[in-house]
Design a binder for this molecule. Structure first.
Ligand code: HEM
Length: 395
């Protein structure tokens, strides 16, 4: 059976807003009928089953990250051996141990943000918590000034990697190159001033030697700052809003967490799996290859759909349900293989500490907005929420 361009197949609207508002029925059709789908309009091969996505991300020699137009050329857009070398330099700075040292600071940021709205009984969760919290943590971790928030979060991040939707209702077209240039210039300004400001954190550390590894030059550090700040902020902000959205729709799960707050990390894994902030990855084939018995030519653009693979019933029992006692490991919400999320420990900590603080301090969480009508980010790359007004009582 040729599953690539099936005769009579619907021209899947990969970038249609109707699909991305609730992509899961579309993903189920893809997995069941067209698991390796050569999209008729774009150059993408869309891969939706867990085993196939897993095969791709764990075989970088065939499925390269060095695809044309990659936003990053320093880390996520590289392959071995450059990728291995830079991960070796960065990994200790994002290890479980390094991240644990940040926990008290994260708890402090969480508490301060909750203090600001707890008394009023309501807040717009995205702008008052989900956006500022991870920025504060990322800035502190990297050694950047908190005053970058407004420019980054309001002016730059919504448009970076925003792939305009083909139905014409997507994010407005912007001059990506000019935007990126401005963002990197801002980061370069910060890095140049480190001697003066005396900041500490990951970026100042990268400018110094570490063991047998020499210091990185400023341009490389600025490029790394570009991806670290954006990758860490955008995804964590999406994850926080998605998690609260899931809890609002599943009061029994929220009750279970209230009864036993130690279950929060298990819920966080389910949130990353079910409502994956990163919905799709990008790879390019280096040679002719075979996936699930199908030939794929060299230099094909591959789009492994994390959001679809994470709900694959062949891999996860009750795949569409939150299961706090789930046994199956290795969801793909943080990737897998050599490009596994560098910030995985940090991401888990940010979301777990936040949910622990929110659940412990706020009761009777509600929203007036029907959950299927919340305003979502219009992007096929990221799953997140633009606005989520909530009400609560303070404990
Ligand atoms: C819930 C939050 C997060 C999610 C869902 C997420 C998801 C992902 C995914 C799916 C990948 C794999 C990309 C690929 O295979 O091409 C990835 C890579 C990456 N993530 Fe995260 N991420 C999160 C938080 C963070 C944080 C807090 C940081 C900050 C350090 C971070 C930094 C990175 C970097 C630098 C990469 C590229 C790693 C590489 O290519 O070697 N992420 N992330």
């Amino acid at each position: 059976m040729d599953m690539t361009v099936p005769a009579g197949a619907p021209p899947f609207e990969l970038f249609s807003w109707d699909v991305w508002r609730d992509p899961y029925p579309f993903f189920a059709t893809l997995r069941e009928q067209y698991p390796i789908y050569r999209h008729p309009i774009t150059p993408f091969w869309i891969i939706s089953r867990y085993d196939d996505v897993n095969e791709i991300v764990t075989h970088p020699e065939v499925y390269s990250s060095r695809f044309p137009g990659n936003f990053d050329r320093t880390l996520n857009g590289t392959d071995a051996p450059e990728h291995t070398a830079i991960r070796r330099r960065l990994s200790p700075l994002a290890s479980r141990q390094s991240v644990a040292a940040l926990k008290a600071a994260v708890e402090r940021h969480v508490d301060r943000l909750i203090d600001d709205f707890a008394g009023s009984g309501r807040c717009e969760f995205v702008s008052e918590f989900a956006q500022p919290l991870p920025f504060r943590v990322m800035a502190e971790w990297l050694g950047l000034d908190q005053s970058l928030y407004d420019t980054c979060v309001a002016e730059v991040f919504p448009f970076l990697m925003a792939e305009p939707l083909l139905d014409g209702q997507g994010e407005p077209l912007v001059d990506q190159e000019a935007l990126e240039h401005r963002y990197v210039a801002l980061l370069n300004g910060e890095i140049s001033a480190f001697d003066e400001t005396g900041r500490s954190g990951v970026l100042p550390d990268l400018l110094k030697p570490a063991g047998d590894m020499p210091p990185l030059d400023q341009e490389t550090v600025a490029q790394l700052a570009k991806i670290l700040l954006f990758a860490g902020h955008k995804t964590s902000a999406c994850a926080l809003a998605n998690s609260i959205w899931l809890l609002l729709g599943n009061p029994d799960i929220l009750d279970a967490l209230r009864q036993d707050i130690s279950l929060v990390p298990s819920f966080v894994e389910e949130s990353f799996r079910l409502e994956s902030p990163v919905q799709s990855l990008f790879r390019i084939t280096t040679a002719e290859t075979e996936l699930a018995g199908l030939a794929i030519p060299p230099f094909s653009f591959i789009r492994p759909m994390v959001g679809a693979a994470n709900r694959d019933k062949e891999r996860f029992q009750d795949a569409d349900e939150i299961r706090l006692d789930r046994k199956e490991k290795n969801h793909l919400g943080l990737g897998l293989g050599p490009h596994l999320c560098l910030g995985a420990h940090l991401a888990r900590m940010i979301v777990s500490v936040s949910l622990t603080g929110l659940i412990s301090r706020l009761q009777d969480l509600q929203t007036d907005t029907p959950l299927d009508q919340v305003e979502r980010i219009r992007s096929p790359n990221f799953r997140g929420i633009k606005q989520l007004p909530i009400t609560f009582g303070a404990i």
